[in-house]
Ligand binder design. Structure first.
Ligand code: M6R
Length: 609
């Protein structure tokens, strides 16, 4: 949610900043802008509404500077236009700020600044930071920024430059991620590692209330209270090829096709097929507690990660016999969740930066819970703040619609369910069977992906549909929800997911010949009941697309279209059934001319509450 890049060094900052912004564009694409110190040591600012390509058109070939800051915006305060685009400047145009986060007390600060004679030009919360720095400037940019940040309330990752001190960038963080890197006299800062890859091998994520001065003398990091910080740089775990499209037209499609490999990466070094068991080093300090004391688990997450949590609930209850509850992270702290010392709280998150999930995590910790993470981004805020957990190793996910991270989250949840199960009621044979079948999944997904032509043709029949209904039962219910979410977010077609049997309690009223209904109807213990639900839809002339188990010829008699998934055991079914739904949403988005990787109004990591 908003991307920041900053550079100071030997090279021309301008192309470097634009390149960094392009890699961060998935975080927001309402507007983009840069600020740099020009040849006359003046502050220059260029900003444009819309995508980075609009900004790029304004860049002249002869523009040169070796210091600058840049921003790609996901609008929170003020509509997306040129004026509200970052960077924001002070009254004299000498100080520029880019910001990710929300300044909650900006209205009070704005009134205060206006009374003091400051000229506020935009509707944003961010602009007040530039004026506060101006107001507090007494010949020391670091100190003025510190004083400004002591006044603001809310979240921020910021970068500041000024023509008054043209060889310095001030970077600070509270709640919004900022990574810092250095290499041979070149210094970089960015909202995430993808903008830094290829420039340096390691990075340091600033911690909350830390502030960093980048200058030609190097990096100087302190806390806002001026206590020196010695940064521990960590190796960047992925390379450039992982954040490029690799021949695919969209990141989303590439990421869908990466799922077989992702599964192997999530389980690597963690499974012991012979003993039907798993090793989770990330949880080892709590092994005894999980084995003996835990009597209730709460999962909390948002969006797709919340759907993965619903699957985790099913898996843990089935394999380990521990009661599980699933909460929307955005609701968690607004009620009074009951947590005792035998309750384990798990958060699931791809980005590790989702503000609602982070707030839920902190609330759970405040109540004394041990909190564990199932997280993708290494070193992210949530990964750091949880007591322990596992990384899912899906690699960088650039498409705003989550696909491969979801699969990895389900695998992560399954590993945890097996881990807990084997300490409790799950027998060795059952564990072994699950693991043996798990190892077959990558190849089964490859087979399924070969059906892409067929799925594309099915999608073609529904180009003009305005609504979709997704129905499933048991483990396929969260998949129905996920299928509907994918359809909504990338193709802008209204879609709802329901447990199949709930249809008769309301949604059935929507069904007529114009309503496509996707049934996730694999062969399991409730298959016959789902077939009854399909009949109910057919009786009302709805169009049925069934995701079924290979070899199920009967379903052809009731469904208009069938996509088969390979046979597997029940607990692994959702990993296969979600794939045709991801592809169907993808193809419809392409048919409808939607921006698949950067759907309107969305951002990859939602770092505001
Ligand atoms: O990074 P997180 O997993 O915490 O993100 C949670 C949701 O914002 C995310 O899953 C969102 O719903 C995606 N756009 C779904 O495709």
């Amino acid at each position: 949610m908003c991307g920041i890049v900053a550079y100071l060094g030997e090279n021309n900052a301008i192309p470097l900043l634009i390149d960094g912004l392009k890699r961060l564009e998935y975080r927001g694409y309402d507007s983009a802008g840069i600020a740099f110190i020009d040849k006359d040591k003046k502050l220059a600012t260029i900003k444009r509404k819309g995508k980075i390509k609009n900004l790029e058109k304004e860049i002249k070939e002869d523009m040169f500077s070796n210091i600058g800051i840049a921003h790609t915006r996901w609008a929170t305060h003020g509509e997306p236009n040129d004026v509200n685009a970052h960077p924001h400047t002070d009254c004299k145009g000498e100080i520029a700020v880019v910001h990710n986060g929300i300044i909650e007390n900006f209205r009070a600060i704005k009134d205060f600044l206006i009374k003091k004679g400051h000229k506020i030009k935009t509707d944003t919360d961010t602009e007040v930071i530039a004026h506060l720095i101006e107001d507090n400037y007494r010949g020391d940019l670091l100190n003025a920024t510190r004083m400004a940040l002591n006044i603001v309330e809310g979240t921020y990752g910021i970068a500041v430059i000024s023509s008054k001190e043209p060889d310095k960038i001030i970077i600070a963080r509270n709640g919004s991620p900022i990574a810092i890197a250095q290499n041979d006299g070149n210094y970089y800062a960015a909202s995430d590692a993808s903008a830094i890859i290829g420039k340096s091998e390691s990075l340091y994520y600033l911690k909350d209330k830390e502030i960093c001065v980048m200058s030609r003398e190097g990096l100087n990091i302190t806390t806002l209270d001026n206590i020196p910080v010695t940064p521990e740089f960590q190796k960047i775990e992925f390379d450039l090829s992982q954040i490029e499209k690799g021949g695919f037209p969209h990141f989303m499609l590439k990421e869908i096709y990466e799922q077989p490999e992702v599964i192997m990466n999530t389980i690597r070094g963690r499974i012991d097929v012979e003993n039907g068991d798993v090793r989770l080093n990330g949880l080892k300090d709590y092994k005894e507690w999980f084995g003996k004391d835990v009597n209730r688990i709460i999962f909390t997450a948002c969006g797709t990660s919340w759907h993965a949590s619903l699957i985790a609930e099913y898996l843990i209850e089935k394999l380990a016999g521990i009661p599980v509850e699933v909460e929307y992270a955005s609701e968690f702290r607004y009620r009074n969740p009951i947590i005792d010392r035998n309750t384990a709280v798990f958060v699931i998150t791809q980005s590790g930066e989702t503000a609602d999930t982070l707030a839920a995590l902190r609330e759970a910790k405040k109540k004394g819970a041990n909190v564990f993470g199932i997280c993708n981004v290494v070193g992210s805020t949530i990964a750091r703040e949880t007591d322990a957990g596992i990384y899912v190793h899906a690699g960088p996910e650039i498409g705003v619609a989550s696909t491969k991270a979801f699969t990895a989250q389900i695998i992560g949840a399954l590993l945890i369910a097996l881990y807990l199960g084997r300490m409790r009621k799950l027998g060795y044979e059952e564990g072994k069977t699950i693991l043996e079948n798990l190892l077959k999944l990558p190849e089964q997904i490859q087979t399924l992906l070969k059906e892409h032509d067929k799925i594309e043709k099915i999608a073609d029949n529904f180009r003009n549909s305005k609504n979709f209904l997704y129905l499933g039962r048991g483990l396929n219910f969260p998949i129905a929800l996920e299928g509907a979410l994918k359809m909504k977010e990338i193709s802008y077609i209204h879609a709802e997911g329901y447990p199949a049997a709930e249809m008769k309690h309301g949604p059935i009223a929507l069904i007529d010949e114009n309503m496509p209904v996707v049934f996730v109807a694999t062969k399991d213990s409730i298959y016959d009941k789902v077939i009854n639900n399909i009949e109910e839809v057919k009786a009302r002339r709805g169009k049925v697309i069934a995701i079924a188990t290979e070899g199920d010829e009967d379903i052809r008699k009731v469904a208009d279209f069938v996509v088969y998934v390979p046979k597997t055991i029940d607990v692994l079914v959702p990993i296969l059934t979600v794939i045709p739904l991801q592809l169907m949403a993808y193809y419809l988005a392409v048919y409808n001319g939607c921006n698949v990787d950067q759907p309107r109004n969305l951002a990859k990591s939602v770092t505001v509450e």
